[in-house]
Design a protein around this ligand. Structure first.
Ligand code: NAI
Ligand code: 13P
Length: 338
C-alpha cells in the first residue's frame, strides 16, 4: 500500500515509522512536512530532531517537502492520505486534499478554536464544510507517539461512517505491535479525543498540587461522565466512551507523564503562566485551544461540564490553581450517574 503522511510532528513521524517497520505487508510510506529545512535536516540526521529526537528513521521511509499544490497531482497515486497536523491546520489541509479519491484520515484530537462557524467544530464537521465528497475518517485512541515509534504494544481506533476508510486504516497500520479496531461512531470517537485533553490539564494540576490519588481517580471518573454527557448530546453512542478513544485515552493522557496536556496542568500548578507552560512544551497541547469551545458547545446543549469549566476559568486566568479545587469541591451534593 502507498501511504503519505502530511505533517512531520511527533505523531505523524511516529505513525510513518510504525507503518514502515511493523506492517505485515510491505508499505511504501512517504512523510511530508511543509518546512523544507526540517525535511533536509531529517534526511541528513536520520532522525526528526525537533519532534521525535530519539527515534531513528527507517531507511525505507521516503521524505518530501514538495509544495502541496504540486503534490496535489501526486496524491492521486496514494492509497491512503494521512493528515497529521494539529486541529488548527485541519481545515487548510482538508481543502488542499479535496478531490483525492483515496481514503483520507486525520489524527488530530480536539475542537477547532476560533472556528468560522464560531461553534468550535470537530474534524468530521470541518470535513462536511470544506470537503464533503472525500472518503474520510479519524484515527484516534490511547497512543503516545514515542511508544508507537518504539513498537510498544498499542491499540487505536479507526472511525468513519465509510467501511472502505475503516478497512484501509486497519490494513495500513494494524501490525504485531499496533492493533487497530474499527468503529463507525465518528462523533463519539472525536468527542473522546477532544475532551480528554481538557481533562488531562485538570489531572496535571491535581497531581502538581499533590491532591492525592483519590482526587485524581475522582477527576477521571467524573470527567468520563461529563465527556459522555456531551458526546451523547451531540449524537454519539454512550458505549463509545467506554472504549479506546474515551476511557482508554482519558486514562492514558490524564495519568501518563508523556502527555503534553497533563504537563500544562502540572506547570500551572507550579506557578507558571499559561504562556510559559505552552512555550516550554515545544509541541501542541490541544486542550489549551479546545477547552473554551468544549464548554461553549456544552452550554449551547444544556450539558453541565464542571471540570472543563474549571479548566477554562484557570486558562483564562479567572481563578488560580487552588481556587480551581475550591470551585470543584464546593459544588453541592449530587446523585451519581450521567
Ligand atoms: N503526539 C502524540 O502522542 C499524539 C498526538 N495526537 C494528535 O495529533 C495532532 C498532532 O500532534 P503532534 O504531531 O504530536 O504535534 P507536534 O506539536 O509534535 O507537531 C505538530 C506538527 O504540525 C505542524 N503544524 C503546526 N501548525 C500547523 C498548521 N496550522 N497547519 C499545518 N501544520 C501545522 C507542525 O509543523 C508540526 O509538524 C494533535 O492534534 C494531537 O492531539 C494524537 C495522538 C497521539
Ligand atoms: O493524544 C495523546 C495520546 O493518546 C497525546 O496526548 P498529549 O497531546 O496530551 O500529549
Amino acid at each position: 500500500m502507498k501511504i503519505i503522511v502530511l505533517g512531520a510532528g511527533a505523531w505523524g513521524t511516529a505513525l510513518a515509522v510504525s507503518a514502515c517497520t511493523n506492517a505485515r505487508v510491505g508499505h511504501e510510506v512517504t512523510l511530508w512536512a511543509r518546512d523544507a529545512g526540517q525535511i533536509d535536516a531529517m534526511s541528513h540526521q536520520g532522525v526528526n530532531a525537533r519532534y521525535l529526537p530519539t527515534v531513528e528513521l527507517p531507511s525505507n521511509l521516503s521524505l518530501s517537502a514538495a509544495p502541496l499544490a504540486l503534490l496535489g497531482q501526486d496524491l492521486l497515486g496514494y492509497d491512503l492520505v494521512v493528515l497529521a497536523c494539529p486541529m488548527a491546520g485541519l481545515r487548510g489541509l482538508l481543502s488542499q486534499v479535496n478531490g483525492v479519491k483515496a481514503p483520507v484520515a486525520w489524527l488530530c484530537k480536539g475542537f477547532e478554536s476560533g472556528s468560522a462557524a464560531a461553534d468550535g467544530l470537530m474534524g468530521h464537521e470541518i470535513l462536511s464544510q470544506v470537503a464533503p465528497g472525500l472518503a474520510a475518517g479519524v484515527l484516534s485512541g490511547p497512543s503516545f507517539a514515542l511508544e508507537v515509534a518504539q513498537s510498544k504494544p498499542t491499540a487505536l481506533v479507526a472511525a468513519s461512517s465509510d467501511l472502505r476508510v475503516r478497512d484501509t486504516l486497519v490494513a495500513a497500520f494494524h501490525s504485531a505491535s499496533l492493533r487497530v479496531y474499527a468503529n463507525d461512531d465518528v462523533v463519539g470517537v472525536e468527542v473522546g479525543g477532544g475532551v480528554k485533553n481538557v481533562l488531562a490539564i485538570a489531572t496535571g494540576l491535581c497531581d502538581g498540587l499533590n491532591l492525592g490519588l483519590n482526587a485524581r481517580a475522582a477527576l477521571i471518573t467524573r470527567g468520563l461522565a461529563e465527556m459522555t454527557r456531551l458526546g451523547v448530546a451531540l449524537g454519539a453512542r454512550a458505549e463509545t466512551f467506554m472504549g479506546l478513544s474515551g476511557l482508554g485515552d482519558l486514562v492514558l493522557t490524564a495519568t501518563g507523564d508523556l502527555s503534553r496536556n497533563r504537563r500544562v496542568g502540572f506547570a500551572l500548578s507550579q506557578g507558571q503562566t499559561l504562556a510559559q507552560a505552552v512555550a516550554s512544551l515545544g509541541h501542541v497541547a490541544e486542550g489549551v485551544y479546545s477547552a473554551r469551545t468544549v464548554v461553549q458547545r456544552a452550554r449551547t446543549l444544556g450539558v453541565e461540564m464542571p471540570i472543563s469549566q474549571c479548566v477554562v476559568d484557570l486558562l483564562d486566568g479567572k481563578i488560580g490553581a487552588t481556587q480551581a479545587v475550591t470551585q470543584l469541591m464546593g459544588r453541592g451534593p449530587a446523585a451519581e450517574g450521567l
